[in-house]
Design a protein around this ligand. Sequence first.
Ligand SMILES: Cc1cc2nc3c(=O)[nH]c(=O)nc-3n(C[C@H](O)[C@H](O)[C@H](O)COP(=O)(O)OP(=O)(O)OC[C@H]3O[C@@H](n4cnc5c(N)ncnc54)[C@H](O)[C@@H]3O)c2cc1C
Length: 475
Amino acid sequence: MIIKENQDEILGYLEDSSNFSGGHCDKVYIPENEKEIVEIIQMCNSKNIPLTISGGGTGTVGGRIPTEGSVISLEKMNRITDIRNDTAICEAGVIINQFLSESEKIGRFYPPFPTERNAFIGGNASTNASGEYSFRFGATRRYVRKIRMITGSGKLIEVPRGRYFADDRGIIKTDFIEVKRPSYTTPKIKCSAGYFSTPGMDLIDLIIGSEGTLGVITSVEVMLVEKLPDRFIMIFFLPSEERMFEFLYDVKKNFIRDLYTLEFFDESSLFFLQSDFPEIPGNSCAFYMESVNTTELMEKWLELSERYQAKDVWVGSDPKNYQRLIDFRHRLPENINSYFRKLKITKISLDIAVPEENFRELVAFYRRFSSQSGIRTVLFGHIGENHLHFNLFPVDEREKNLARQIYISCVEKALSLGGTISAEHGIGKIKYPYLRMMYGDSGIDDMINVKKTFDPRGLMNRNNLFPFELFFRKM
Ligand SMILES: Cc1cc2nc3c(=O)[nH]c(=O)nc-3n(C[C@H](O)[C@H](O)[C@H](O)COP(=O)(O)OP(=O)(O)OC[C@H]3O[C@@H](n4cnc5c(N)ncnc54)[C@H](O)[C@@H]3O)c2cc1C
């Protein structure tokens, strides 16, 4: 095991892809097996040392940033221990990009990977990540069959899917733990907000998306699907947002069977792609879709583009153009982040999803702020799942205050529409106030009780999901 104590070497572990600053820790442990992890956690328990878990560091909510104590990094636990047919067993530190390549080699595919492929598979399970194919295949949760985890009290547990369920009182009883699920019910939409909870739920679903607050996931067994059929990508540049919902519902009604991805970029977001793709037509917004590749389907799509008077249509059906359009999609979050980082402007970013019937109302609500607040905004993302990222870029104190108020208004609106405050990025250290708005004090109390069952001293990933003071107030 490597232990890093030199602060220069530790610096990289004090950040992720969020704006959360002020990270601090005294040591970074880099174990190579479960036995070493058990020893580290037991030592931390005996000395009361808080421990923060580090994956690939691509999280956007400060989850892996320590505020005290030590860090445990999974970077050396990066072996794919088995991969065949529809199953793979990965140590938590396997990098998603590498895993996708290995799956491809055996003619299989792992669908729920996030856009940022430097993430680790353990980080994905811990945040219930999803990505460009979740429109068709769903989030990480659906693919995890078994988890091995060292709990906050230092116990190795193995939780297969389908073995431990909540009873009528919400209690999940096993030979290693007895835990009561939170009394709220997680909305049935794309959601990564707090512990998952539904009547009769499976214990494994409590661990998936728990953001490292219950223990260190050491390995995950996941399901692989068949290699995807030949596909093409098309990007439709529509002249305005006026007909965007008509277009969306037309696509969902007539093309859904063969569709793999359905995303949207507003005019402001296209601005950030202009330097890489100068041929983007002006005054347009774009729909990005990926479909099974047949001549008949391609013709149908082109007819659709004519009906909606698209300003331009880009097609990626051969490997070179397909990759170019993948790059188009992937560049956007990176370009936005680097543009505003250079200007030292902190973005305020919403990750809300709502049920389909209320989606239009939410977007209209966002649009009022885009036009009236004077703050620069972008709107893009997973329109097929009623989940768009609405980002605000306030430039001074006045705008910052206004942006915070807008954030709260949008959260209130989303909750009134049956939505979630986080569809994919999680809560980490920055979204607790909104999690509280979503589930109330009693929901937070229920989460704290779950954490106490796995991590009685409250050492693991302090300040993720809720401030650790709340945990101790309830001791
Ligand atoms: C450009 C960009 C695009 C992105 N696109 C998407 C997207 O499409 N979809 C999406 O869902 N997310 C996306 N993300 C966010 C991020 O990639 C995901 O949240 C990812 O799952 C984080 O994985 P990681 O290994 O980097 O975790 P980290 O950032 O290291 O950690 C994330 C959280 O998981 C915990 N954790 C990590 N490993 C473990 C473990 N072994 N056991 C227990 N807890 C652990 C950490 O403590 C932390 O709380 C994007 C981020 C960026 C920068």
